[in-house]
Design a protein. Structure first.
Length: 244
């Protein structure tokens, strides 16, 4: 793990105890995660009734819970096993402290390292929520996900992206400098982490580039959606599938 990765993981460790309260202040955060999780479940292969999915960058478990909720209301009647993976020990500790079915487990590991321990064609679906912009080698993550997906398996990327849109960049700057960073200071939260949030989104791939990464890895049916309100063009869900 590089020095930059280690510093970021430590920042999330520090933020972990208040992270759930922090994201609860973000309008639409959980609804959007639920939409991304529904896209994951809807895209799972229909062969067989059980499924195994990875929740990469699971954080404190909000995305993991969204996947379970989406499965619960789906037409699948088998068992869903979920492995949540995150490089932050503090965030994983928060996730583990919650109540989960026995089919849910959590691993402290960076995404690429974990993926490289898995065999080819071994996973039905992968959710990467707020993950891709936080890893140093984005294409390596996408390539490894494509390798471990079973035929027909699905990869869902859910994240902020403002590159390529002057409006989205302006909205993001205004929200961060006018609300998010000042609120972090008032609440005595980790201000450097919130500043990192601003710059990491500002400098992240465009949605078109994310789609290109999935296609370059051999995924098909790549598509994306954004969300209404001020987050239109700011928050996106990208979906791609392994060839059946």
């Amino acid at each position: 793990m590089s020095t930059d990765d280690w510093v970021l993981a430590e920042a999330f460790d520090r933020a972990a105890p208040t992270y759930d309260a922090m994201v609860a202040l973000s309008p639409g955060y959980h609804d959007q995660l639920r939409t991304a999780a529904e896209a994951l479940v809807d895209g799972l292969p229909t062969t067989g009734s059980d499924a195994h999915v990875l929740d990469l960058g699971c954080g404190s478990g909000a995305s993991t819970r969204a996947v379970l909720d989406a499965w619960e209301v789906s037409s699948f009647d088998g068992l869903l096993s979920v492995t949540g993976v995150d490089a932050s020990e503090g965030m994983v500790a928060q996730a583990r402290a919650k109540t989960w079915p026995e089919e849910v487990s959590f691993v402290v590991e960076d995404a690429v390292t974990h993926l490289r321990t898995l065999p080819d064609d071994s996973v039905d679906g992968v959710l990467g929520a707020y993950l891709l912009r936080n890893v140093p080698d984005r294409q390596a993550v996408v390539d490894e996900v494509a390798r471990v997906l079973r035929p027909g398996g699905v990869f869902v990327v859910h994240d902020y992206s403002v590159a390529g849109s002057a409006r989205a960049r302006a909205v993001w700057a205004a929200v961060c400098h006018g609300i998010i960073i000042p609120l972090a200071a008032v609440k005595r939260s980790d201000v450097p982490l919130h500043r990192y949030l601003y710059t990491s989104v500002r400098d992240f791939d465009s949605v078109a580039r994310v789609c290109e990464r999935l296609q370059a890895a051999g995924l098909v049916g790549v598509r994306h959606r954004s969300y209404p309100g001020w987050q239109d063009g700011v928050v996106h869900t990208v979906v791609g599938s392994a060839p059946a």
